[in-house]
Design a protein around this ligand. Structure first.
Ligand SMILES: NC(=O)c1ccc[n+]([C@@H]2O[C@H](COP(=O)([O-])OP(=O)(O)OC[C@H]3O[C@@H](n4cnc5c(N)ncnc54)[C@H](O)[C@@H]3O)[C@@H](O)[C@H]2O)c1
Ligand SMILES: O=c1ccn([C@@H]2O[C@H](COP(=O)(O)OP(=O)(O)O[C@H]3O[C@H](CO)[C@@H](O)[C@H](O)[C@H]3O)[C@@H](O)[C@H]2O)c(=O)[nH]1
Length: 327
């Protein structure tokens, strides 16, 4: 297929772009490089440095795209609380521009990077035998921050496009993307995500980890997340691409179904890196849900998706190898 990837110079979009090229697809990347890196884009892939609002310059009827994978977005919870305007403009306004171009060009399929962080976190509770109750696609949504609200808004927009105009769309609600594939890993400037920051502390680039709150209603008081390997997310995109049907909007939750607390992630990083990782307790970060853990039964059943690298230690080890490779 001929595919447009928005945000293909970013962390997840970059890994997926490489996987698409390896699978034999013709890929065109659009990215404004606001948080991405041009070096991430595979050699030979056509690249347009443009904001998503201007996507119609690339996504023309003549270009005859078979599909779009839409990663380009602002992605930080805390920033979204401070600058909601930016999040509505880029995540929702940018997607409106994309959908207008898609309609005008008659592109038949779209995959959207949605989030597992939009569900009501009070639905996730520790179970007596261990583990947590999990969030399926029909769990109640209750976005706690503008970032999650914009992702929900786009999911709703896509449902309407499919019904009214016959588009085929899939919203992949990733839980916490992590790990690395060779030279492709997570790096943002400034970094805000837990695993890369913990590894910066292990690598001596930061003195300590600020741990945002230990008074959440979770077993050890720190927030619980479902960490999913970025390579497993890439596999899900390839499977979803083959399953999209005209006029249908499908949603899939993508996670391993295992919840790990911030303290457990720090312990895993201590084990993988052999470094002590000093921690300082800080106030809660605004907008953080206490716990998010995925039920991915639908993706397993309908797409045949099977995460290949579910263990937290493997995920952290791959991220650590990447971290060391970039110095
Ligand atoms: N990282 C996660 O854990 C996670 C979880 C759920 C959903 N997501 C979603 O997955 C997608 C990719 O996330 P990521 O972690 O790879 O982030 P990232 O910041 O590494 O990638 C985003 C890419 O989009 C580009 N971009 C941003 N704004 C743009 C704009 N206005 N026009 C054109 N390009 C623009 C950036 O330059 C970057 O290359 C996002 O939509 C994010 O919301 C991420
Ligand atoms: O220095 C830090 C950084 C993070 N955390 C905590 O670690 C947890 C995970 O935080 P982070 O890695 O920033 O991820 P999330 O806020 O859970 O959000 C990520 O995961 C979501 C899906 O669950 C995506 O939608 C978002 O784009 C992505 O940023 C949270 O409890 C944070 O409070 C700390 O305690 N200290």
């Amino acid at each position: 297929m001929k595919l447009l990837v928005t945000g293909g110079a970013g962390y997840i979009g970059g890994v997926v772009t490489h996987a698409l090229v390896e699978a034999g697809h013709q890929v065109v990347v659009l990215d404004d490089l606001s948080t991405g890196f041009a070096q991430t884009i595979p050699v030979g892939v056509e690249f347009h440095r443009l904001p998503v609002h201007q996507v119609a310059q690339v996504l023309t009827p003549d270009a005859a795209f078979d599909g779009v994978l839409h990663f380009a977005a602002k992605i930080e919870v805390a920033e979204s609380v401070a600058r909601p305007d930016l999040y509505w403009d880029i995540n929702v306004g940018g997607t409106m521009a994309l959908l207008t171009a898609i309609r005008a060009a008659g592109v038949p399929r779209v995959i959207f990077s949605s989030t597992g962080s939009m569900y009501d976190p009070t639905s996730v509770v520790p179970l007596a035998g261990g583990g947590f109750s999990k969030l399926g696609e029909d769990a109640e949504v209750r976005p706690l921050n503008p970032y999650a609200a914009t992702k929900l808004a786009v999911d709703l927009m896509l449902a309407g496009e499919c019904e009214a105009f016959g588009l085929g769309a899939t919203s992949l609600r990733y839980f916490n993307a992590s790990g690395a594939v060779g030279g492709l890993g997570e790096r943002h400037t400034p970094e805000s995500h837990l695993i890369p920051i913990v590894l910066q502390v292990a690598g001596g680039q930061r003195e300590q980890l600020m741990m945002y709150g230990d008074d959440y209603p979770t077993p050890d008081g720190t927030c619980v997340r479902d960490y999913i390997h970025v390579a497993d997310l890439a596999t899900a995109h390839l499977l979803a691409l083959g399953a999209i049907a005209p006029g249908r909007h499908e949603i899939y939750n993508l996670g391993n179904g295992d919840g790990y607390s911030v303290k457990q992630v720090i312990d895993a990083a201590r084990e993988v890196t052999g470094h002590p990782i000093p921690v300082k307790l800080a106030p809660r970060r605004p907008g953080d849900p206490a716990a998010t853990v995925a039920a991915s039964d639908k993706a397993r059943r309908e797409l045949g998706w099977r995460p290949a690298r579910p263990a937290l230690l493997d995920i952290v080890a791959d991220a650590w190898a990447f971290h060391q490779s970039i110095g």
